[in-house]
Write a protein that binds this ligand. Structure first.
Ligand code: ADP
Ligand code: TYD
Length: 242
């Protein structure tokens, strides 16, 4: 069981049991300021301590071309459909240049955001049709492996906004505001709803986390999920559990 926190998506069921052996493709999702970057490094460290090779990546971004597209998406004015097309173009290149080769090499991949961001931001929050998003997702992800497990960090938009302000205040270099930083609390609550819907569709291949709790409490739960995966893999390969 890997349901952490008090407000799960209505009919989601979660499990820490791995659905397949071998390298795993993990994704962290949540509204801006929910804690993805904070916990991504923790997950990578747990895997590395147990001898796994890990590639950390992010969206939009994660390959030379898509880092350029990231700058455009975050800073150039455009309409929602243009934004969607660029995000999927970037995802295609990210999969082909970075994610699939890493999985082929036997690495674990941990991505800060993936297609559920598109479902939540461009779909539920901006109102672009889900039929279009699903058709594009299918085309872009068709010939390779998609995420094995998604960690959703759920946080009220007001709390996330405060954490973002505190993060900016504490930063050594001033953070450059992007197009999403100026969105309203109502927008981020719609994104949050979009994540609930996405989590329901992933059924047992996800962990829903109440991100209002302390970093330590969240990391205890993440460690438990990782331990159960690594123990399962160790049993299968006949080695000692980490
Ligand atoms: P994201 O990557 O999702 O935008 P961050 O990991 O950068 O979010 O977290 C946003 C801010 O909130 C950071 O300053 C971080 O230190 C802080 N933070 C993250 N998780 C927690 C938590 N559980 N409790 C309090 N502050 C947190
Ligand atoms: P980023 O700085 O990585 O997010 P965070 O503030 O959480 O660390 O910015 C990426 C932005 O791109 C973020 O605001 C959400 C947006 N985005 C989409 O709208 N759709 C997508 O499919 C992806 C991957 C990101």
């Amino acid at each position: 069981m890997s349901l952490f926190g008090s407000s799960p998506p209505p009919s989601a069921s979660q499990s820490a049991e791995p659905s397949a052996t071998g390298p795993r493709f993990l994704v962290l999702e949540g509204i801006d300021g929910a804690g993805k970057s904070t916990h991504l490094q923790f997950l990578a460290n747990r895997l590395r301590e147990s001898g796994q090779s890990v590639l950390i990546t992010r969206e939009p971004g994660g390959s030379p071309l898509t880092e350029t597209l990231r700058e455009i998406v975050l800073h150039s004015p455009m309409d929602g459909l243009t934004e969607l097309l660029i995000i999927f173009a970037a995802r295609r290149d990210h999969l082909r240049q970075t994610i699939w080769p890493a999985l082929e090499r036997g690495q674990w991949v941990i991505s800060d955001r993936f297609t559920d961001s598109t479902r939540a931001y461009q779909g539920t929050a901006r109102g672009l049709p889900s039929s279009l998003i699903e058709a594009m997702a299918q085309a872009v992800e068709a010939e390779g492996r998609g995420p094995d497990h998604v960690f959703y960090f759920d946080l009220p938009a007001e709390v996330a906004a405060k954490r973002r302000r505190d993060r900016s205040a504490g930063a050594l270099l001033a953070e450059e505001a992007d197009r999403f930083d100026t969105e309203t609390i109502a927008f981020f609550e719609r994104v949050r709803l979009g994540y609930r819907l996405a989590a329901q569709n992933r059924q047992d291949r996800q962990t829903w986390i109440d991100a209002q709790r302390s970093v330590e409490a969240i990391q205890q739960d993440l460690a438990q999920v990782m331990h159960s995966w690594l123990s399962f893999n160790a049993q299968l390969s006949g080695t000692a559990a980490p």
